[in-house]
Write a protein that binds this ligand. Structure first.
Ligand SMILES: Nc1nc2c([nH]c(=O)n2[C@@H]2O[C@H](COP(=O)(O)OP(=O)(O)OP(=O)(O)O)[C@@H](O)[C@H]2O)c(=O)[nH]1
Length: 373
C-alpha cells in the first residue's frame, strides 16, 4: 500500500547523517602488542581511546590516507600494511566507515605528536587503559580470532588414528581454531560413529587451548558440546537456525555474559549505537562462523552476528575439481565489503597467508594445506 492511500500521515523527512570515511591502523609490534591512542583534550571524545588514524581525504586510497595520518599523528612511516575489515558504525550524529588496516612494519618510534597519550596493550587481555570508542570495540574482538582455521576431513574410523596424530602436530605448531566437518562419514556410518571422533578432536583441541567449532551438517545438539558452530550457507538461511541463535543470545544476556564481555557505557552522543552497529553478536559465549560464496552470503553472516566468514573457494582445490576458483581480485572485492573478518579458503596454506592478507583476508582456512600435506 502506498503512503498516500495508507491513511497514515506522511512522515517528516529525516535529514541524512553525514558519512565519514576513516582509515585506522591496527599497529602491531612483533611481540603482538597493539598501539592505542587517547584522544587529546582539544578533540571531540577526548579521553576516549582509539586506533591511530583519521579521515580519508578526497582522491586518497585507504593506505595513502593511513600513511599520511600515521606520519602526522605519530611520526612513523609505514613500510608494511594490509587492508583488513571495514566497519560501518552509526553514531547518533554521523556514520563512520572505518577501514581498519593491519600495520606490521614502520620506520621511526611512535610519538604522540598531537599531544595524545599512547599505550602498547596486549590485545588478548582486557583493555584497561581506558574506554574505547564504541566503533573501536569490534575490531579489538576480531583481532583475537586466530588467523589459521583447520577443517577436518577424516573420512572414517580407519583413518582416525592417523588423522589425530597429524592434528596433534598441527596443534603443537600453533593451530588454535578447528572445524569438525565430516558429513560424508556421518551419512555412511551414522551419527554415533562420528560423535566419538568429535570427542577425540575436542579433547585434543582443549589440551592445546584451541577452539573447535562443529559444522552445521552435524546434529544441532552437538553445537553445545563444541566451542560454537560453523554454518553452511544454506543452513544459515533456515528459520530454525536463526531461532536457535536468538535463544542462545537471550540465554546469554540473561546470565549477564554481555557485561562480562566488557560492554562499556557510552557518553550521550554515542549512546545506544554500539550494540546495533557491532552486529547482534548472536552467541557471545561461543564462536559463530559461516561459509560464504558471494556478497549475499556475507551480508547474511553479518546480520546473523557471525564472528567471521570463510569465503571461497579462492584458488583451484582438490575438494572442488573442475570448478575454477574466484581468484584474488574477486576475493578482495567481496571481503572488502563484508564488514566482518573473512578467511580465505581454497588452495590455502602457510605459503598463501601473506597473499591472502594483501587481499584483505583476516587469515586462511583449509583442509590439507593447514595439516601439512
Ligand atoms: N582514528 C580513529 N577514529 C575513530 C575510531 N573509532 C571511531 O569511532 N573513530 C571516529 O572516526 C573519526 C576519525 O576522524 P579524525 O580522527 O580524523 O577526526 P578528529 O575528530 O580527530 O578531527 P580532525 O580530523 O578534524 O582533527 C572520528 O569521528 C572518530 O570518533 C578509531 O579507532 N580510530
Amino acid at each position: 500500500m502506498s503512503e498516500e492511500n495508507s491513511g497514515n500521515p506522511p512522515r517528516p523527512e529525516m535529514p541524512a547523517k553525514p558519512l565519514i570515511h576513516v582509515a585506522a591502523g591496527m599497529i602491531l609490534r612483533a611481540d603482538g602488542a597493539l598501539l592505542l591512542a587517547e584522544r587529546p583534550a582539544d578533540k571531540p571524545w577526548s579521553g576516549w581511546w582509539e586506533l591511530p588514524g583519521g579521515k580519508i581525504e578526497p582522491g586518497e586510497t585507504v593506505l595513502q590516507a593511513l600513511a599520511r595520518e600515521l606520519d602526522e599523528e605519530l611520526g612513523i612511516q609505514i613500510t608494511q600494511a594490509t587492508p583488513w575489515v571495514t566497519h560501518v558504525h552509526e553514531y547518533p550524529k554521523n556514520i563512520v566507515s572505518l577501514a581498519f588496516c593491519r600495520v606490521t612494519g614502520w620506520n621511526g618510534t611512535p610519538t604522540g605528536r598531537e599531544g595524545q597519550t599512547l599505550a602498547w596493550v596486549d590485545p588478548h587481555a582486557p583493555i584497561t587503559v581506558g574506554k574505547l570508542l564504541p566503533a573501536t570495540e569490534p575490531p579489538l574482538r576480531w583481532l583475537r580470532l586466530p588467523d589459521r582455521y583447520l577443517i577436518t576431513s577424516i573420512g572414517g574410523q580407519q583413518e582416525l588414528p592417523g588423522y589425530l596424530a597429524r592434528l596433534d602436530t598441527a596443534l603443537q605448531q600453533g593451530i588454535r581454531l578447528v572445524q569438525f566437518r565430516e558429513p560424508a562419514w556421518q551419512q555412511r556410518d551414522g551419527e554415533q560413529a562420528v560423535a566419538a571422533a568429535l570427542q577425540e578432536v575436542l579433547r585434543r583441541c582443549r589440551e592445546h587451548g584451541a577452539r573447535c567449532l562443529v559444522n552445521s551438517a552435524h546434529p544441532r545438539d552437538w553445537w553445545d558440546r563444541a566451542d560454537g558452530v560453523h554454518l553452511r550457507a544454506a543452513d544459515a538461511r533456515l528459520p530454525e537456525v536463526a531461532a536457535r541463535l536468538r535463544r542462545a543470545a537471550e540465554d546469554s544476556n540473561a546470565t549477564g555474559a554481555d557485561a562480562a564481555a566488557g560492554a562499556q557505557a557510552a557518553p550521550d552522543n554515542h549512546a545506544g549505537a554500539n550494540a546495533a552497529a557491532a552486529g547482534p553478536n548472536s552467541w557471545p559465549d561461543r564462536l559463530l562462523g559461516m561459509s560464504a560464496h558471494d556478497a549475499a552470503d556475507l551480508t547474511l553472516a553479518r546480520e546473523l552476528g557471525a564472528d567471521f566468514a570463510v569465503l571461497g573457494h579462492v584458488l583451484d582445490t582438490p575438494s572442488h575439481p573442475g570448478e575454477p576458483g574466484m581468484g584474488w581480485e574477486r576475493y578482495a572485492e567481496l571481503a572488502g565489503g563484508a564488514g566482518l573478518p573473512v578467511l580465505a579458503i581454497g588452495g590455502q596454506s602457510e605459503a598463501t597467508l601473506d597473499e591472502a592478507r594483501r587481499h584483505g583476508a583476516h587469515g586462511i582456512a583449509g583442509i590439507r594445506g593447514l595439516l601439512g600435506y
